[in-house]
Design a protein around this ligand. Structure first.
Ligand code: SAH
Length: 291
């Protein structure tokens, strides 16, 4: 079913400062560290993003429900809710211009109300293309990198069981829940695990489970996973996580210290993994244990 679709760019000049021509997308210049290398290397002509209006996935009704979700009674209704749909679409158009082409992922980014995962004092910045502080020296990832990592992990296929390491405020977990049948997410900082639970409660996502623990150990009780995403950078990817991939499963992780790159690791056999290095990025460090 692809009726009732409209084609981007939408008439959003009031929030974006001007619309681009369809079919003429060039990667936008962005100054944030997570995209700098990617954009420098990127020359592909990108297909315009088709408005998700209806996300074509088994979880379509779930995405719709997310987009419609009302604040929990204890949350203050925000004045920005009225305009957040349009601003979120503009964010998705920018992410598409930067190179994310997977329509299902773009639809998921449009479905999840990012401003609900950010401190109210920062909510005016919720849809800019940047990582933002969420407390405890951690950040919510930049929308582009969230979309890019999920696109790489999905590779156009169906995802049955996905693990995220580093729940943070819960934003990427909510996006993942729109593209995978079941999602598990682990956080090592108790206060952030609680924050994510609060942020996600009102969205009532049935296929997402949050765990408090050390994600470097993975989640053996829910393994194997056909996709694993790390939202924090280690010097290498823990072997426990590689062992919890299905054969054919794909793991995407930032790797490095001061200089980091996204790595895609595909399990090709019982004891074989294929490593590929992708674009440069900048993430908070992966740390052992819990606090
Ligand atoms: N996924 C988040 C990004 C959170 S930032 C988003 O949606 O934007 C990365 C998170 O990884 C931090 O909250 C940090 O505490 C967490 N982290 C770091 N090492 C970890 C580990 N070993 N296990 C679980 N979480 C970890």
């Amino acid at each position: 079913m692809k009726d009732k679709r409209s084609t981007f760019p939408l008439p959003l000049s009031s929030v974006t400062g001007g619309a681009a021509k369809p079919g003429a997308y060039a990667p936008a210049k962005v100054a944030t560290p997570q995209t700098a290398t990617r954009n420098a290397a990127h020359t592909t002509v990108i297909k315009p993003y088709v408005a998700p209006a209806r996300v074509a996935s088994p979880s379509k009704s779930h995405s719709d429900a997310l987009a419609r979700a009302q604040p929990a009674p204890q949350q203050t209704p925000r004045a920005d809710l009225m305009v957040s749909d349009a601003i979120r679409r503009a964010m998705v158009v920018r992410v598409a211009r930067q190179g994310v082409q997977d329509q299902l992922v773009l639809g998921a980014l449009e479905a999840v109300p990012r401003h609900r995962f950010i401190d109210e004092a920062l909510s005016a910045q919720a849809y800019i293309d940047a990582s933002l502080p969420i407390g405890h020296n951690q950040t919510i990832s930049q929308p582009y990198i969230v979309g890019r990592m999920i696109e790489v992990m999905r590779n156009g296929g169906q995802l049955a069981n996905v693990l995220e390491i580093g729940t943070g405020c819960g934003y990427q977990a909510a996006v993942l829940s729109c593209v995978a049948r079941q999602v598990y997410s682990i956080e090592r900082i108790k206060a952030l695990h609680e924050l994510a639970k609060n942020n996600l409660r009102a969205l009532r996502i049935p296929n997402l489970r949050l765990h408090f623990g050390d994600g470097m150990l993975g989640l053996p009780q829910a393994a194997p996973f056909d996709g694993i995403i790390l939202a924090a950078a280690g010097l290498e990817v823990p072997q426990a996580l590689l062992e919890q991939l299905t054969i054919g499963g794909r793991l995407v992780a930032p790797v490095g210290a001061r200089v980091q790159h996204l790595q895609l690791i595909t399990r090709t056999g019982k004891s074989e993994w294929l490593h590929e290095t992708l674009e440069g990025c900048h993430f908070v460090p992966l740390r052992p244990g819990t606090v």
